[in-house]
Design a protein around this ligand. Structure first.
Ligand code: HEC
Ligand code: HEC
Ligand code: HEC
Ligand code: HEC
Length: 240
């Protein structure tokens, strides 16, 4: 009898635990860069000039011909509907709110290419906190702990930002990144040494990310990206 009770109790406890973690693990939805860009115009305009913003274009026939040949791809082929390419050249491919083949042109416009959310994280949860924390700061001058952003799936720690880059740039066999899984990038250091991913160098490249603009300090504390203060020291004044 005791044993049965014990088993029943452990089943009940594990059910609670499973549903608990299930809720916490429910991933945020992608919203597209229009939502971010409305509040962050300076970063949006700067990002638009980067190769990340134009990454979908590269899948079209006749683009990046030499690079494709070198990587064993067919430069005359249209890769814009190819599952082997879309995961890294669009935003949130096949995930909630993300890019899918056949979505409307208006939706696709804000999801093609490597947009904000591929580096900062899927945004439907944390963007509301940005708005609320911004309003609170305006009214009271009180900052909001950055840890709350982390909890809502925003990539604010060095580890999370690194992982975001690695999921595309280090996603090939033998890269040394434990998360690597197909489809792999065709552009590896074996194809050309210039494709070797140097995180500390590349993440400082404003032409590849976007320029940095001064924050008011609405969010405060850990986890904080290791170059956050460095970027802010050199940052310029942005548009409101
Ligand atoms: C309603 C306006 C609004 C929207 C929408 C919004 N943000 Fe923000 N965001 C803010 C405000 C306000 C801050 C605080 C700025 C400051 O400190 O000066 C902020 C801060 C940030 C920061 C800096 C966080 C830090 O560590 O201090 C990043 C990065 C960011 N937003 C990215 C995004 C992305 C990506 C999206 C789209 C998914 C987005 N935001 C949507 C208003 C918004
Ligand atoms: C969703 C996939 C993805 C993510 C995430 C991503 N990148 Fe990229 N990155 C690309 C693609 C694709 C290109 C090439 C775009 C093209 O030429 O079509 C690229 C290009 C670059 C380049 C070369 C730009 C140039 O001017 O030659 C640098 C540097 C770079 N990424 C750094 C980073 C860093 C640092 C991070 C993380 C903060 C990051 N990337 C996140 C996919 C990604
Ligand atoms: C796992 C992620 C990933 C996948 C899948 C992927 N790419 Fe990319 N692609 C990248 C990254 C990262 C870069 C940037 C490499 C760099 O500059 O260091 C890139 C760069 C490119 C470039 C520009 C290369 C240059 O030097 O100008 C082209 C063209 C391209 N990819 C086409 C494709 C095609 C076509 C496919 C599908 C057959 C594909 N990619 C699949 C991640 C990926
Ligand atoms: C290739 C990766 C990448 C993409 C794409 C990207 N960002 Fe960022 N962004 C970064 C990195 C890295 C930082 C530095 C984070 C920090 O300092 O905490 C940053 C910082 C920011 C900040 C903080 C203030 C500043 O200027 O440094 C805001 C706001 C921001 N990004 C908004 C955006 C928006 C909006 C988009 C899309 C239109 C976008 N980002 C696209 C990598 C990216």
């Amino acid at each position: 009898m005791k044993k049965i009770l014990f088993v029943a109790l452990s089943v009940a406890i594990s059910l609670v635990l499973i549903s608990g973690t299930g809720e916490a693990a429910k991933k945020a939805k992608y919203v597209g860069y229009k939502k971010c860009g409305g509040c962050h115009k300076s970063q949006r305009d700067s990002w638009k000039k980067t190769k990340h913003a134009k990454a979908f274009e590269s899948l079209k026939p006749g683009k990046a011909v030499e690079a494709k040949k070198k990587a064993g791809l067919d430069p005359n082929k249209d890769y814009t509907k190819d599952d082997k390419c879309l995961t890294c050249h669009t935003t949130g491919y096949k995930q909630r709110g993300g890019y899918k083949k056949g979505i409307s042109k208006t939706k696709a416009k804000y999801l093609v290419g490597v947009t904000c959310e591929m580096c900062h994280g899927a945004g439907d949860k944390y963007r509301r906190l940005h708005r609320d924390a911004g309003n609170k700061f305006k009214k009271t001058g009180k900052p909001t702990p950055r840890a709350q952003l982390d909890k809502l799936g925003m990539n604010v720690s060095t580890e999370a930002i690194k992982n975001a880059c690695f999921s595309c740039h280090m996603n090939y066999e033998g890269s040394g990144w434990a998360g690597a899984k197909e489809p792999y990038t065709p552009f590896t250091p074996k194809v050309d040494p210039k494709y070797k991913f140097d995180f500390d160098k590349f993440v400082r490249d404003e032409k590849a990310m976007h320029k940095h603009f001064k924050l008011k300090g609405v969010f405060k504390g850990e986890p904080k990206f290791k170059y956050h203060d460095e970027f802010q020291e050199k940052a310029q004044a942005g548009k409101e």
